[in-house]
Ligand binder design. Sequence first.
Ligand code: NAI
Length: 462
Amino acid sequence: MAQYDVIVIGSGPGGYVAAIRCAQLGLKTACVEGRSTLGGTCLNIGCIPSKALLHASHQLHEAEHNFAKMGLKGKTPSVDWKQMLAYKDDVIGQNTKGIEFLFKKNKIDWLKGWGSIPAAGKVKVGDEVHEAKNIIVASGSEPTTLPGVEIDEKVVVTSTGALELGKIPKKMVVIGAGVIGLELGSVYSRLGTEVQVIEFLDTVTPGMDAEVRKTFQRILGKQGLSFTLGAAVQKVDATKTKAKVTYKLRKDESEHVIDADVVLVSTGRKPYTDGLGLEALGVAMSERGQIKTDDQWHTNVPGIYAIGDAIDGPMLAHKAEDEGMACAEVIAGKHGHVNYGVIPSVIYTHPEVAAVGLTEDELKEQGRAYKVGKFSFMGNGRAKANFAADGFVKILADKETDRILGAHVIGPMAGDLIHEICVAMEFGASAEDLALTCHAHPTYSEAVREAALACGDGAIHA
Ligand code: NAI
């Protein structure tokens, strides 16, 4: 029986990062993973494959809509779906093998199989029981389902099935206008599918900045996605090749039925803790099925820690990674810390949407005095040259102190631009600090500086 300082259960971004940091800190570490490749949902059936399809479909969109304008004439590429899926699978393979390499490099044992915890200090994988002074549960999440909707991953799919459809559907109904629905809806819309998004609330991407939501829906609408908001899906009747979606409009209770070749159910995710044996161990769980932890990721059972999607907080790979590193440091007797106030969120559509910190609605709720600095990409030369001038940067700063409280970006490379604002917020910077920082011309990041200038004496190019 092997003895470890730490066994991590799950090799997603939370788990594999925790394992690497534990090993770097001199702890004898193993990671349990039952999937045939490392990397969890994110690398195998989530973030990475969806980004490959977003990239490929965006290239097609550029060829169809913008090439001729730039004098690039000739045949527009046609879609070889099999090859596109093969490209996506190749990207997955490169990334999952990369983690395997990092495990070898850091001398981390991969315990192959599904793990459970028969008692504190013990992890069972297959027929073998391994001893560990510390156990980190990083078991991630799984899609939620809806009553009256049965997933077959062929016609009625979650994100998993949507990443490997047999063919590009003519008509797709997306249930839920959240991150997954809009990213994957965009992919298929660009590939020629008629995409209709049905959302229970009266807005897309609830929780994001209100102006961003409005602009985002307008832009996606222009790209061809259609939205039915304020609608509750009642049921989905599916055959092997088609589906009928019944929904009720909340405003007048009228019932509607629409046909689809594929229905994507993207109504959220829930913690995945099945089969771990947590209940028998007496590990405290929340009503929403999340493992309860303190601010150092200890559960109520000594020696068992939990991180990532399985605990409270945004279900984001990078939040899990940060918790993984910090939890490893706590186990090694150091000080692990995650600043939950500065966790960016990004939607990788085109344009991208990114946010960090508080929204205006949250500031109003808190009764805070704030100012808004906003700058449109229409005033950014680089964005104009690249057909990417739709969108804006909005910075929210404290009215008295000028300290940055939040930022919301919709526009080109928003997911990268947000990070200079994250760094500024980590350092407690004011909008003026950003505004006084020289930004190279011509770059998209000048729009960030202009928004910061707009918090003070005004943007130059507005
Ligand atoms: P989500 O929470 O982002 O969106 C779910 C949407 O479905 C919400 O707008 C909600 O109002 C709606 N909804 C819920 N029940 C409904 C119903 N019965 N009928 C119609 N609409 C309904 O969830 P999503 O998109 O499934 O993503 C799951 C998780 O994965 C999220 O926490 C997300 O942050 C994460 N994720 C993050 C990505 C990123 O960072 N780029 C990419 C993909 C997923």
